[in-house]
Write a protein that binds this ligand. Structure first.
Ligand code: HEC
Length: 133
């Protein structure tokens, strides 16, 4: 009787253990799902912020209403004309050049190097670059 009790207890223990294991696996699975979810959301956010920035860059590049001269970047740099070698410049230098063109060629106000519009223009212009930095 004592033996069978012990056996029973043993079985019970095994059952319990396996259900604990099961629970652990469930928790591990849930964790993986949560991590996967976080990764997916982060990826989507990165993508979501990149696309509008490029769209803004394109819109600014193509607008002929930024300044007083009725010209846009696109007027002189259609299809990236003259921008093939901008890989020679780092971002700070390029922002200065963009501002020079904004002021002198477009007749617009210069943009702060930190402004979202400047980052957008820079990113869009970088797309025409044919050389590496
Ligand atoms: C009226 C014509 C004109 C307009 C409009 C114009 N640019 Fe320019 N841009 C030039 C000229 C000319 C150069 C000098 C080209 C050279 O020296 O190789 C230049 C140079 C540049 C360069 C440096 C290219 C290099 O490799 O030296 C960048 C970048 C640039 N422009 C961006 C822009 C952006 C962005 C805009 C719009 C905000 C713009 N430009 C508007 C005429 C223009």
């Amino acid at each position: 009787m004592a033996l069978s009790m012990a056996e029973d207890n043993g079985n019970l223990l095994i059952i319990r253990n396996s259900s604990i294991l099961h629970r652990f696996r469930e928790i591990a699975m849930n964790k993986s799902i949560v991590i996967l979810g976080i990764l997916l959301i982060t990826g989507a956010c990165v993508h979501a912020t990149e696309a509008p920035t490029l769209n803004l860059g394109k819109a600014l590049f193509e607008s002929t209403e930024l300044g007083t001269k009725g010209r846009g970047c696109v007027t002189c740099h259609a299809q990236g004309k003259g921008l093939e070698l901008i890989g020679d410049f780092n971002d700070t230098e390029l922002k200065d050049i963009i501002n020079a063109c904004l002021r002198d060629a477009v007749g617009a106000k210069m943009i702060s190097p930190e402004a979202q519009e400047m980052e957008a223009l820079l990113g869009y212009v970088r797309g025409f670059q044919k050389t590496s930095q």
